[in-house]
Design a protein around this ligand. Structure first.
Ligand code: PLP
Length: 403
């Protein structure tokens, strides 16, 4: 990371990959509309379709089952709002009344808010509890599926599963959970946003009916994402943006060809390196070792379960995240609090709350998330800032400018 700063917030957004930048610029210079039949239009169409193949290949899917969106939030809204009555092989027939939705409280706001807004009948919104490590247990899912059957015996429940949590990096056993949902005849929707670039993923191995992605989490531009259906017969029942019939009739509007081309290039780059590089894993592990020796009261969230190899969510007692973030920033280190920071304000983390973490962890949780470009010097800088902050905690009364 140049310019004297260490960017350690890859789970918020990953830096643009050079191949994605190149693809974006090339697409911006492509004058045609992909729906036009002339040569310029066909050139623009070719960019979109190449990117569709690359995004499909990233998750082991088929190009014709990819629908581009403006990001994961739009994708989740489309699936959860318009698509709660998803037409798929599991659900014969057309118009259906609302179906029960099962989701864990650790899901991203992009999922929780549309569920909230769906105005489901009482008992149709079923919360999945998680363990203190942030995992959904099969027994909890089985109970939720039974509750769904009890409230709406004739309906197919929709189950939202998060591949990996953006705050803690904890990886859910999605394939095992999805198998349970299938047995119960339910629909599996997977938020795979934090997967690409951090872990290999395959839509069929996961057992998802549909998953969604966001380009900027793996080196693509911001404001573009995709829904990927597992099979041709799984589709949202109607267009979630009505318009000119683009995106196989699911999302109207002239395609964001620069964003889509950038997403495709990032997908190709990530696919060439499906597992996180060993050097990156080693840097993360070293960082955590140093953390553990820094103070007696350090908690690394999810340390005992399977986690993304790039994420450390930690808390140090007496070091509130709100102040720590400012100090890190002044020291040239970009990290996040464990909490969602959607409006620039530090709020208590709904994820850590759902995991039943005590107040001191919720108030002190800091997320360091790295990528293949992260250097040892970046993490040294982060660690030095932390040491400085702790020294000040032990000798209070120094001014903030010394941060
Ligand atoms: N799901 C997860 C797990 C995320 O981390 C994010 C972004 O932080 C989203 C969904 C929403 O993605 P976007 O803001 O790109 O639409």
């Amino acid at each position: 990371m140049g310019a004297g700063r260490a960017y350690l917030d890859w789970n918020a957004t990953a830096p643009l990959h050079p191949a994605a930048r190149e693809a974006v610029v090339r697409a911006l210079d492509t004058p045609g509309n992909p729906s036009s039949i002339h040569a310029e239009g066909r050139a623009a169409r070719a960019l979109v379709e190449a990117a569709r193949r690359d995004v499909a290949a990233l998750v082991g899917g088929e190009a014709e089952n990819v629908v581009f969106t403006s990001g994961a939030t739009e994708a989740a809204n489309a699936i959860l709002r318009a698509g709660l009555q998803m037409a798929c092989a599991l659900v014969p027939g057309a118009a259906l009344p609302a179906r029960p939705v099962i989701a864990a409280a650790i899901e991203h706001a992009a999922i929780l808010q549309p569920i909230e807004a769906a105005g489901l009948p009482s008992g149709y919104r079923i919360a999945l509890p998680v363990t203190s490590d942030g995992l959904v247990r099969e027994s909890a899912l089985a109970a939720a599926l039974a509750a769904a059957r009890a409230v709406a015996p004739a309906q197919t429940p929709m189950v939202l599963l998060q591949l990996a949590n953006n705050e803690t990096g904890v990886i859910q056993p999605v394939a095992e959970l999805a198998a349970l949902v299938r047995e119960a005849g339910g629909i599996v929707v997977v938020d795979a946003v934090q997967g690409p670039g951090r872990m290999a993923l395959d839509i069929n191995t996961l057992g998802a009916d549909v998953l969604f992605l966001s380009a900027h989490k793996f080196g693509g531009p911001k404001g573009v994402g995709a829904i990927v259906f597992a099979r041709g017969e799984v589709r949202l029942q109607r267009a979630f943006i009505a318009g000119g019939g683009q995106e196989s009739g699911q999302r109207g509007g002239t395609e964001n060809i620069a964003g889509i081309a950038g997403m495709g290039a990032a997908a190709r780059a990530v696919r060439a390196m499906p597992e996180a590089p060993q050097a990156m894993i080693q840097l993360r592990d070293e960082f955590e070792n140093r953390l553990n020796h820094l103070a007696a009261d350090v908690e690394i969230v999810g340390k005992d379960v399977s986690r993304l190899p790039n994420t450390t969510c930690f808390a140090i007692s007496g070091l509130p995240a709100a102040q720590a973030l400012i100090a890190f920033d002044l020291n040239g280190v970009a990290v996040s609090s464990g909490s969602a920071c959607s409006s620039g304000k530090v709020r208590s983390s709904h994820v850590l709350e759902a995991m039943g973490k005590p107040a001191w962890i919720r108030e002190s949780a800091i997320r360091v998330s790295i990528g293949p470009d992260t250097s040892r010097a970046d993490l040294d800088r982060c660690f030095a800032s932390l040491e400085k902050q702790l020294a000040r905690r032990r000798a209070p009364g120094q001014s903030a400018s010394a941060a």
